[in-house]
Write a protein that binds this ligand. Structure first.
Ligand SMILES: [Zn+2]
Length: 341
């Protein structure tokens, strides 16, 4: 097996503001040296390239990209949006975030790597084709999926988003498409307040957008059962050529942005489970992309737990306990018949 790859770069610190924001360079500042020390030699470290504007405009409108260009030079960080600050380096850093994600995806799809983890910022899954929000400027995962479709003719891409917030931007980008199956598991009644079960896709995309809003008290057991079931049913029926993961760590019990109770260990478990699926259905091709995670300690520990799992040569089968609470969500889901959940 190829060594797993991690993509990181100190230029990801350049997008910042001199006011307090949960999404800031400190999220990654200690993590990068930790990763380099702990996994010296066992991981491949890859550097990003900048995505070009033409690549970004395959998902985002030219009008929106022009707005970003205008706001980064305004000297008023919150002139565009109350969360999504824009400063002089923001555009370049956002291009590097998209480009980092593409860089790993390209190496995976052409067989140079099997699995990768892009430790990038700013995050992307809230960025819609026509607007940025929730700390997200460009939708890293969506632009990457589009790139794989257009450059490599990839016909079926599975995106699983377990950030605690709904991936509204990714949903919108592929809402009409049956070539990208988007699954978002997120806490209900939380920013951006979209992502109900009833949003199931449109036209050709009907059935290819699966939202699983969960209760704030869900933890490891419910999450493992829910995602495990989705992998066994939907993923195996869809048979993707690659799996992209919007890996958010803000569902951790210690992250105050959410009410869910995930442990550090869970991020190890779910990574193993996802790798098993990737082995079964798409030749191990899986790319993890960092989204949220705002408690620095739990983010660092959970990212390291994810990398530890990526490095396991043998993957023990994950034992899944039945969860009545999670099972009831599957049973009443509007796509229950569509996918035999
Ligand atoms: Zn989030």
């Amino acid at each position: 097996m190829n060594k797993p790859a991690v993509l990181l770069d100190e230029r990801y610190f350049d997008h910042r503001v001199d006011l307090p924001s949960p999404e800031n360079p400190n999220r990654l500042r200690k993590l990068f040296p930790l990763v380099k020390q702990k996994y010296n030699g066992s991981l491949r470290l890859i550097e990003p390239r900048e995505a070009c504007i033409e690549e970004i405009e395959r998902i985002h409108s030219a009008f929106y990209v022009r707005q970003i260009r205008e706001h980064v030079i305004k000297n008023d960080p919150y002139s565009y949006d109350k969360d999504t600050y824009l400063m002089d380096h923001s555009l370049t850093t956002a291009q590097l975030a998209v480009g980092g994600c593409i860089e790993l995806a390209e190496r995976i799809i052409n067989g140079e790597l099997n699995q990768g983890f892009a430790l990038i910022r700013p995050p992307g899954h809230h960025a819609e084709p026509g607007r940025g929000m929730g700390f997200c400027i460009f939708n890293n995962v969506a632009v990457t999926a589009k790139f794989l479709q257009e450059r490599y003719g990839v016909e079926r891409i599975l995106i699983i988003d377990y950030d605690i917030h709904h991936g509204n931007g990714t949903q919108e980008a592929f809402y009409d498409s049956d070539e990208v199956l988007f699954i978002s598991v997120h806490q209900n009644n939380l920013f951006p307040f979209s992502g109900t079960e009833r949003e199931i896709g449109n036209e050709n995309g009907r059935g290819y957008n699966i939202n699983m809003p969960v209760h704030s008290q869900f933890g490891d057991e419910e999450y493992t059962f829910l995602i495990g079931k989705l992998l066994q049913s939907v993923a195996e029926q869809f048979m993707p050529e690659i799996i992209l993961i919007s890996a958010g760590f803000d569902g951790h019990a210690d992250d105050n942005i959410s009410g869910t109770l995930l442990s550090t260990r869970w991020f190890h478990t779910i990574t193993t489970m996802l790798r098993q699926s990737a082995r079964d259905i798409c030749n191990d091709r899986i790319l993890f992309v960092l989204e949220g995670g705002y408690n620095q300690d739990s983010l660092e520990e959970s990212v390291l737990a994810t990398i530890d799992s990526l490095l396991q040569p043998e993957m023990p089968r994950v034992g899944v306990l039945h969860s009545e609470r999670a099972d009831s969500l599957l049973k009443k889901h509007p796509l229950n018949q569509f996918w035999t959940l």
